[in-house]
Design a protein around this ligand. Structure first.
Ligand code: SAM
Length: 305
């Protein structure tokens, strides 16, 4: 195993809207792992295995917006080797955690990985971002990026005949669940969800953000580039009464509240009433929640290099 790092001058000063705490990423990792599509992971593994048969050397995998390497931890043991990873993020503290994690991981046959971290912005979409990759992966990233950035990424990857596995892109939906797991919503839930969706589209540094339209925009770009596309709904479900996950549910509720408050500060007291009411339901084990996500796998058309 080798672990190395590189940084672009000026990297490492992410804007606050594109900054994620290590605690939050750790909190969501378990739920991400439970929600992701194992079918699409298996198809990506099969594609990589067929690719490695045709040439020597390790398989190159680039993880865009890697954070502290949750995607690497999920994928490495499920993909064939030898694997050479490059983790790209603009947050040096998260990348330091990623290097620590990367040092302990193995591929699907138990061999160690080569892991390099690269501290830089995801823009521009250039050779430094995509070089030497067979598979480009990203998880929980695309709500933050703009349409032009996403389309440029898909086109540049298609030109290199790289496969794409983009997981856990939010689709803008969330709702509370009753104790039987059925979706419930009242007028306040709907109004606050609409505000949250507007907030999601604010610029996070890469242009007006896609928010919940990310899965549809990506799928259209992949189809236009000639990719074979596989898609799976991968919602988060937190059941009512799941005490272990109450902190995560409360964080989500707080995030929805805070986003809405930024847009309509004059409605602070109504929003606080809603937050307290829904938190009481979660805490009493009467409510769960669901958050819509989608995984996409794009494979280059058969034939060619
Ligand atoms: C929601 S987190 C997801 C992290 C990781 N993929 C995971 O699933 O845990 C989004 C990640 O994208 C990174 N990011 C956001 N905007 C970026 C940009 N413009 N350039 C580089 N990294 C960026 C953040 O630092 C963060 O680590």
């Amino acid at each position: 195993m080798t672990v190395s790092e590189s940084a672009r001058p000026g990297a490492g000063t992410p804007s606050p809207a594109a900054r994620f705490s290590a605690d939050w990423l750790a909190q969501r990792e378990w739920l991400d792992g439970r929600s992701r599509s194992h079918r699409l992971t298996g198809l990506a593994a099969d594609w990589l295995a067929s690719r490695s048969g045709g040439r020597g050397g390790p398989l190159g995998i680039v993880d865009l917006g890697s954070g502290s390497a949750s995607n690497l931890r999920f994928l490495a043991p499920r993909l064939p080797g030898p694997q050479r990873w490059r983790l790209v993020d603009h947050d040096p503290a998260l990348l330091a955690l990623a290097r620590r994690h990367g040092a302990t991981l193995r591929d699907s046959v138990g061999d160690r990985l080569a892991v390099q971290t690269c501290c830089r912005d995801l823009s521009p979409v250039d050779e430094g971002l995509l070089a030497d990759a067979d598979l480009v992966v990203a998880s929980a990233l695309f709500d933050l990026v703009s349409r032009p950035w996403a389309e440029a990424l898909v086109a540049a990857s298609a030109a290199r005949r790289q496969a794409l596995l983009f997981t856990l892109s939010v689709d803008g939906d969330w709702a509370f669940l009753d104790a039987a797991g059925h979706r419930i919503e009242d007028e306040e839930d709907i109004a606050i969800r609409t505000l949250f969706q507007v907030h999601q589209r604010r610029d996070k540094g890469l242009g007006p953000a896609l928010g919940g339209s990310a899965p549809a925009v990506l799928a259209a770009a992949m189809a236009a580039a000639g990719y074979r596309l596989e898609s799976a709904a991968t919602p988060w479900h937190l059941a009512a009464g799941d005490e272990a996950r109450l902190p995560l549910a409360a964080s989500l509720l707080q995030g929805w509240h805070d986003a809405a408050l930024q847009l309509v500060p004059e409605e602070a007291s109504r929003l606080e009433g809603w937050r307290s009411r829904r938190l009481a339901g979660l805490t009493a084990g009467e409510l769960g929640l669901t958050v819509g996500h989608r995984d996409l796998l794009a494979l280059p058309p058969a034939g060619g290099a």
